[in-house]
Design a protein around this ligand. Structure first.
Ligand code: TRP
Length: 442
């Protein structure tokens, strides 16, 4: 996306924005959060927030992007005439910068697991999947820093070459394949002993499992998976064709995200009993459990390798857009500065990602606020910067933008949803977000 060029078709736009939105949030973070905060109770809250808060906010971001048609540190002043409001765009920029810092830790783990499988295949030792010792892996500073370095490097090269478009074309094949693979794992998982307990854990909400913390993290999870408040989705909509339909695009992205999250949960939770794990494993949940499930399959190694490639692909289509946001805002879409800016941003991200990685090893004792350094980076992004960005945008849309103009951009409105949506954004959402902030302080 070098210039403010357009996607040719609505489908192209949906694929690209879905590729960016669907990533580690749905596949890795959702199961681990659901495992800690009560399974079914967490899923229920996540669904409520995603549908009633996330969806209207996503529609809002698409509308703003479609109206503004420029990069996000410029779009707010372009729409309102008030320069200082660009601070909302910069807030998003800061959010994606920190986000990329801890995202790359997990991207690095995927690469290490891939390396392990490839090594096994090359040494012709394919009868069983040798299990990496997860705890030993995450506390090995050289290995993890190398893994995340490779992940950031791959992202940087793709952004520097400006070949994201090609990658988005590839996602036409890769994303459906990822769905299919997830379903294969789910089916295998469901055949394991005691699987029903895991299914129940994920799908059956128990009132006693609902906690204030769980509610806040479920809301943070909705923001995270839908990329809300980071201006990522505003950017995608600013390249969208005039024919783009905002509501159906937003609904498809929300549904795909929910589907992938639930499938990831159904791949993992039913397998816990067989392998003697608890849901509360934390960030390592997926990495500990899935290789064991694959090992129970025929050709498990091959399937696992393909799965990891698809998983890496999903993570890369997100990290690319994280880096791209910083690049397009700092170059103001001037392509001659693209390479140096991508390089500098990547080096800075690499630097902040090191303490994030070490918080699983030598810095694991450093705890404050939300937990380790990694937990705090995640918390600052998902529970502070993203809601703050979304709050800013709701205020701009509800208080400053022309209602008529919004309605025109909202598009055809068979079900007369514009007014309810508009008043939701104008009066309800800001109050909800501010309330959440107040609760969070205590
Ligand atoms: N939604 C992404 C995921 O689930 C993470 C994310 C948040 C993101 N904000 C973003 C990705 C902005 C790209 C751009 O993995």
């Amino acid at each position: 996306m070098s210039k403010q060029s357009e996607w040719k078709t609505s489908t192209g736009f949906i694929l690209a924005s879905a590729g960016s939105a669907i990533g580690l949030g749905a596949m890795w973070k959702f199961p681990y959060m659901a495992g800690i905060y009560g399974g079914g109770a967490f899923l229920l809250m996540f669904l409520i927030f995603t549908i009633f808060v996330g969806l209207p906010l996503l529609i809002m971001e698409f509308t703003v992007g479609k109206m503004g048609r420029t990069y996000t540190t410029q779009i707010y002043s372009k729409l309102t005439g008030k320069k200082w409001l660009n601070v909302i765009g910069w807030n998003g920029n800061l959010a994606v910068f920190i986000l990329f810092g801890f995202y790359s830790v997990i991207g690095g783990w995927i690469i290490i697991y891939m390396g392990n499988v490839i090594w096994q295949i090359l040494s012709l030792n394919t009868s069983h999947l040798t299990q990496l010792n997860f705890e030993a892996m995450i506390s090995n500073p050289w290995l993890t820093v190398l893994g995340q370095g490779i992940f950031i490097f791959l992202t940087m090269i793709i952004v520097m070459l400006g070949v994201e478009k090609g990658l988005e074309k590839a996602s036409k094949i890769m994303m459906p394949l990822l769905f299919i693979f997830l379903i294969i794992v789910v089916v295998k998982s469901l055949t394991l002993d005691g699987s029903i307990e895991g299914v129940r854990y994920l799908l059956q909400p128990r009132v006693e499992d609902i906690s204030m913390e769980g509610i806040l993290f479920a809301l943070g999870q909705s923001f995270f998976t839908l990329s809300l408040g980071t201006t990522g989705m505003i950017t995608y909509a600013s390249y969208a064709p005039k024919t783009m339909t905002i509501k159906s695009s937003a609904i498809s992205i929300v549904l795909m995200n929910i589907l992938v999250s639930v499938l990831a949960g159904l791949a993992i939770f039913p397998a816990l009993k067989t392998f003697g794990y608890q849901p509360q494993e934390g960030p390592g949940l997926l990495f500990k459990v899935l290789p064991l499930v694959f090992d129970k399959m025929h050709f498990g190694i091959a399937f696992y390798l393909i799965f990891l490639i698809l998983f890496l692909f999903a993570a890369l289509t997100s990290s690319i857009s994280l880096l791209e946001l910083n690049v397009s805002n700092f170059t103001k879409n001037d392509n001659t500065k693209r390479q140096p800016v991508a390089l500098i941003a990547s080096i800075l991200v690499f630097l902040i990602s090191i303490p994030a990685t070490l918080s699983f090893g030598s810095l694991s004792g450093v705890k404050f606020g939300a937990g380790t350094i990694f937990d705090n980076m995640d918390f600052v992004v998902s529970n502070i910067l993203m809601p703050l960005g979304a709050l800013g945008t709701t205020l701009v849309v509800g208080q400053l933008l022309d209602k008529k103009l919004l309605q025109e951009n909202f598009g055809r409105d068979k079900f007369k949803l514009f007014l309810p949506w508009y008043y939701l954004i104008k009066f309800v959402m800001p109050v909800v977000i501010i309330l959440v902030f107040i609760v969070q302080l205590f």
